[in-house]
Design a protein around this ligand. Structure first.
Ligand code: FES
Length: 167
């Protein structure tokens, strides 16, 4: 069986059933259904609904496309926080980073950010932007930018590789 057949099989399984109980909807099916129910117009304050609130678990991050920007949203202690998904080091996907309390670690080179303020804990000159976010009527809503981050990119990182001088 080739790679293409294995991928097709995996996609079919992911979309067709979930876990040991085939009657339960899969994650893909739940997300698709939730997306169908999303309000398609901004609310009176200009917030845009991006997902059913139940899709974002405590201590997790997820990325949504809002007005042309990828926004990473996290739920910490029941409160939502939204920052620009693009890491200010080299645009790594912060929504896929590990979350420890309020601190997310970029999956690429481990730069760390406070999701409640956008502050970069690795380089204080490199904050990310923050967005207004709230939960209402069973949905997550994203508003406008409330704190501006930097556009600068690049900088030092520890890639974990050990080097040895050869003379
Ligand atoms: S891209 Fe995020 S730490 Fe390098």
């Amino acid at each position: 069986m080739g790679l293409r057949d294995r991928l097709k099989g995996a996609l079919k399984r992911a979309g067709g059933r979930s876990g040991p109980n085939a009657a339960e909807p899969s994650t893909i099916q739940r997300r698709t259904a939730a997306r169908r129910d999303l309000p398609d117009a901004p609310d009176a304050d200009g917030y845009v609904a991006v997902a059913a609130a139940s899709l974002l678990a405590e201590g997790k991050g997820t990325t949504f496309r809002v007005h042309g920007t990828n926004v990473a949203i996290y739920r910490v202690g029941g409160t939502l926080h939204a920052i620009d998904d693009a890491c200010t080091h080299e645009d790594g996907p912060l929504g896929e980073g590990d979350l420890d309390g309020m601190v997310v670690t970029c999956p690429y080179h481990d730069w760390r950010f406070d999701v409640s303020t956008g502050a970069c804990l690795t380089d204080e000159t490199r904050p990310v932007s923050c967005f207004a976010v709230r939960e209402r009527d069973g949905f997550i809503w994203v508003g406008s930018k409330v704190r501006e981050g930097t556009d600068a990119r690049g900088g030092e990182h520890d890639d974990g590789l050990k080097t040895r001088l050869v003379e």
